[in-house]
Design a protein around this ligand. Structure first.
Ligand code: NAD
Length: 321
């Protein structure tokens, strides 16, 4: 299957590319490289450097590539930027998505998979939230993801294209950007591996559901390939396992200390400290992955300790390049 992956040079998108290549598919990437990197992609994978908001450029790429399926990962993903610049967020996350959906429907794409977010749709939840839970997004980013899902449902009703929204929990792993506001694993890895103190926002008791990036890539592959019961499906992709920031920082600290030691680096990393709490952070967010298991046969394979260890080793390798 020829699959067009928007945002394919980014963190999650590049893992989707790898998974699809391994399964014998033909991935083609659209990315404006605003945060993605050419180096995240195997040299053999075609990359079209364009903005998904460029309607003519997108129409040209679709006419050229003629994809069988589309995997839409490209987005503006900063919640705080969406608060400061809601129109910028909507331009990429709504208008850009519509360009991809519209071209897909017109060119006969059969399956369209969209990166949605459980965190921003469900808000504060203390038990894993099912897809039927009330969605009440509180930020422009959350609203644009929610609107995106409604558009997916609308487009699925227009023709022969099935659409799938995968509501990710907190994704972590190699290639995550350590410079953004999200991606606490990447941010802590970078700090600790440099022997610097990582700062936890507030008391560190916020609970999240961490899912490893290769598991998320596999969920995308299954959502692209498998028959589905309805034209539109929304499905959580997470572990349902609660981990608070103190526990996460503790595991990473042990793993980074060990990795530095085995790389011959001297000294002890300062223990993580606590800074002021970040306004607007949810106390708890967890998603229930049972529907993904039922519909796609998907289950997370990588446990947190293993995933964190692999992530630390990857960041260590990058630091030494
Ligand atoms: N990382 C997470 O924990 C998480 C959680 C929930 C949902 N998501 C969603 O998953 C998707 C991928 O996120 P990620 O973490 O890999 O982020 P990322 O920033 O690494 O990837 C996004 C990619 O999209 C590209 N892009 C951005 N704007 C573009 C534009 N206008 N035109 C073309 N390309 C553009 C970037 O260059 C980048 O390669 C996003 O839709 C995000 O909202 C991520």
């Amino acid at each position: 299957m020829r699959v067009l992956i928007t945002g394919g040079a980014g963190f999650i998108g590049s893992h989707v590319v790898e998974t699809l290549l391994t399964s014998g598919h033909e991935p083609v990437v659209v990315d404006d490289l605003s945060s993605g990197l050419r180096d995240n992609l195997p040299a053999s994978v075609p990359l079209h450097v364009i903005d998904i908001c460029d309607a003519e450029g997108m129409a040209r790429v679709f006419a050229l590539v003629r994809p069988d399926a589309v995997c839409h990962q490209a987005a503006q993903l900063s919640v705080s930027r969406s608060v400061r610049e809601p129109a910028f967020d909507a331009r990429i996350n709504v208008v850009g998505l519509l360009n991809a959906l519209d071209n897909s429907l017109r060119t006969g794409v059969k399956r369209f998979v969209f990166a949605s977010s459980g965190g921003v749709l469900y808000g504060d939840v203390f038990e894993p939230a099912a897809e039927s839970s009330h969605c009440d997004p509180q930020s422009p980013y959350g609203i644009s993801k929610w609107a995106g899902e409604r558009y997916l449902r609308y487009f699925a009703a227009q023709g022969n294209m099935q659409t799938v929204a995968l509501r990710y929990s907190n994704v972590y792993g190699p290639r995550q950007n350590p410079h953004g506001e999200a991606g606490v694993v990447a941010i802590f890895c970078k700090k600790m591996l440099r022997g610097e103190q990582a700062m936890i926002n507030g008391a560190g008791e916020c609970v999240r559901d961490y899912v490893y990036v290769t598991d998320v890539a596999e969920a995308n592959r299954l959502a692209l390939e498998l028959p589905l019961p309805t034209p539109f499906v929304a499905c959580n992709i997470g572990t349902g396992v609660p981990t608070d920031v103190n526990q996460l920082a503790g595991e990473l600290y042990t793993s980074c200390q060990a990795a530095r030691h085995s790389a011959g680096q001297e000294g002890v990393i300062p223990a993580p400290g606590h800074g002021p709490a970040r306004a607007g952070d949810l106390m708890s967010n967890l998603v229930d992955g049972r529907l993904a298991h039922e519909l796609l046969g998907w289950k997370p394979r990588i446990q947190l300790t293993e995933g964190l260890g692999d992530t630390v080793n990857w960041f260590l390798k990058m630091e030494s390049l």
